[in-house]
Design a protein. Sequence first.
Length: 227
Amino acid sequence: MYAERASRLAGAVVWTNTPSASTRASPVLPDGCMDLLYSEGRLLVAGPDTRAHVPDGPPVPWAGIRFFPGAAPPLLGVPAHELRDRRVELADLWPAPEVRRLTDRITMAVQPATALESLALERAAPPDPELRRLVAVLAAGRTVAATADELGIGARRLHRRSLAAFGYGPKTLARILRLQRALALAREGMPHADTAARTGYADQAHLARDVREFTGSTLRELLLRRR
């Protein structure tokens, strides 16, 4: 069973997933975020995705904290583009003795997800107002050029900041945020053509192409899988 709640860390989400033996792993869809994960004595980092990630191996319990877009790289000390479409051991990024100590602390906790949240709260950098605004402007459907103008920065600087913070350029982030808006409306029951129009796609076929590119599935398949 999957459950999540808002974190005490601004913009983050704390989640747990305890599947049954018969549970079929659901793909993790691109959302512009990065996660710190714990499972069976391991701490891992899920980098920013540009395609659906399907967990492999037998079903096991997971706990995680999903950071607001751009918030994880300062905590991890690694630019996001180095982790794009990857799952890596935290010990590959931080000193192994420190990771062993943190892993033991979380393993011994009654609620590993809460222990992960505490770890993030201890180490997270203050929110970056410019990055927060960048995400908000792109999420509102502005073009990359309009976003650069609104933030008062050049297109090249915007691209460099986006690679380091999100793992890809602002255009890709904008497309992923738009896709997430469309999925939210479709899950509420909005017809696909209306969903496309409401979220800035040229038409339903345009929406279908983006869904296929980023998730490897059709919108109908994603909705049926969620039921």
